[in-house]
Design a protein around this ligand. Structure first.
Ligand SMILES: Cc1cc2nc3c(=O)[nH]c(=O)nc-3n(C[C@H](O)[C@H](O)[C@H](O)COP(=O)(O)OP(=O)(O)OC[C@H]3O[C@@H](n4cnc5c(N)ncnc54)[C@H](O)[C@@H]3O)c2cc1C
Length: 396
């Protein structure tokens, strides 16, 4: 067992740190949060950074060379994502899932034509994607989704509504789950389509989240005609493809982790530099205790994520392990931002405006962190996976 990073892995971390210092505008603190898709300014920075990450070969480093990757190991790829979020680089997933689950699933289930058409745009940092699973009446119980796609000749005609489609207002394409056979048992009548969001009949309405930002969207599909060659895999086999894509999605705990490590480091700096009642905050035993506690938790999260990357490098498929890491890292982010607020007092509540300590990082982490235990499967759903598949308990 070797816990050390190799020289090339250490160099990758250093290169990303230097890249972030050179490329990010002063005061930028939001990489890794969906906020990168919210304001027009953030979106502009995000697009510029995605392209530069692609030019450096980092964006899709784990992909095969023929699709614009470097065939990097999962461990290297995790290190990249952890360091990228630690350094607050936005645009590392080409929308929501473009790199980490849509591109990867396309490589498994897509036709050669679909791969040639869609993968280069992601690898070049040009085409952004969103994921259309959830509906007003289908979230945790995703298999009950009702957005209908009817086959007519060499087209599908889509009618229905999706909700919580993150970055839907910025994405060019959607990885869309639709019902193609309403008569079949609910898991068996679902298909996945690649949908161009510029098609007639698509309406995207950004919804304002609790951070007062347009992040998730409701998307309406009104008689949207999609060519049949946009079907992923076989018709009515979409549930299987969604399960694979969700497995890729849940291994993406690195994002939460990089942000949490950064928050601990920023709070340590803040405690050193801030005086309260005539003494540095870092002398306060309660503050020291909290910071030490969260440094330990970050290390635990790290070990969980790297053990999953190790499994993937060995050809093993992480299931309940990925659910455990996703829960631990996303819940850690919430506990930590709460601790940050208590250490900083009222200053922690300031947003990203000028003069805000830590550039408003604590407030951003607190507000955006709420959704982290919901998106990609809620903590409760993940605990059910751990209980049944990990501990072998019967389904409740
Ligand atoms: C920040 C964010 C980004 C998102 N991005 C996307 C996106 O890009 N694309 C997309 O399609 N969706 C997205 N979602 C939606 C997300 O996948 C759903 O919110 C999630 O699956 C839960 O569904 P729901 O909101 O309908 O809640 P519900 O399923 O109604 O659940 C409500 C509560 O009940 C609990 N619950 C439900 N069923 C069970 C059960 N069987 N056992 C125990 N507890 C249960 C849940 O854990 C939850 O606490 C996003 C959500 C958030 C918050």
């Amino acid at each position: 067992m070797n816990f050390a990073f190799s020289e090339s892995e250490k160099k990758l971390a250093k290169d990303l740190n230097e890249f972030a210092k050179a490329e990010l505008p002063p005061g930028w603190v939001i990489g890794g949060y969906a906020e990168e898709y919210c304001t027009d300014y953030n979106w502009e920075v995000t697009q510029r950074i995605s392209k530069k990450l692609a030019e450096n070969g980092w964006l899709t480093m784990a992909w095969p060379r023929e699709y614009g990757g470097m065939e990097a190991s999962r461990t290297e790829c995790l290190l990249y994502r952890e360091e990228a979020t630690y350094n607050m680089l936005p645009g590392i997933d080409m929308g929501v899932g473009g790199v980490s689950w849509i591109g990867q699933s396309l490589m498994i289930f897509g036709t050669e034509e679909q791969k040639k058409r869609h993968l280069p745009g992601i690898a070049a940092g040009e085409t952004y994607w969103c994921t259309g699973y959830s509906e007003p009446d289908a979230g945790s119980d995703l298999a009950s989704l009702g957005c209908r796609a009817m086959r007519k000749g060499d087209e599908f005609i889509i009618n229905g509504q999706k909700i919580w489609t993150s970055a839907g207002h910025r994405a060019a394409w959607c990885w869309l789950a639709v019902r193609t056979d309403p008569e079949a048992p609910k898991h068996k009548g679902i298909s996945l389509l690649l949908v161009d969001l510029k098609l007639a009949g698509v309406t995207v309405n950004p919804l304002i989240n609790l951070a007062d930002m347009p992040e998730n969207c409701e998307v309406f599909y009104d008689d949207v005609h999609v060519p049949a060659d946009c079907l992923i895999g076989e018709e009515n086999e979409g549930w299987r493809h969604i399960m694979t894509a969700l497995a890729f999605e849940r291994t993406a705990g690195a994002e939460h982790l990089g942000r949490s490590r950064r928050m601990v480091d920023e709070l340590v700096k803040y405690a050193r530099e801030t005086h309260r009642n005539g003494k540095p905050l870092s002398d306060d035993p309660l503050v020291r205790n909290k910071l030490a506690h969260y440094a330990i938790e970050c290390e635990i999260g790290r070990l969980m994520c790297y053990s999953i990357a190790w499994m993937e490098d060995k050809g093993l498929i992480p299931g309940h392990e990925a659910s455990a890491a996703k829960n631990y890292c996303s819940e850690l982010g919430q506990r930590l931002s709460n601790a940050g607020l208590s250490i900083m007092g009222m200053y922690g509540q300031l947003g990203t405006g000028p003069g805000s300590p830590l550039g408003g990082l604590t407030q951003t982490a607190y507000l955006f962190g709420v959704g982290d235990t919901l998106g990609g499967g809620t903590s409760e759903v993940n605990r059910t996976i751990i209980a049944t598949r990990g501990l072998g308990l019967p389904r409740g």
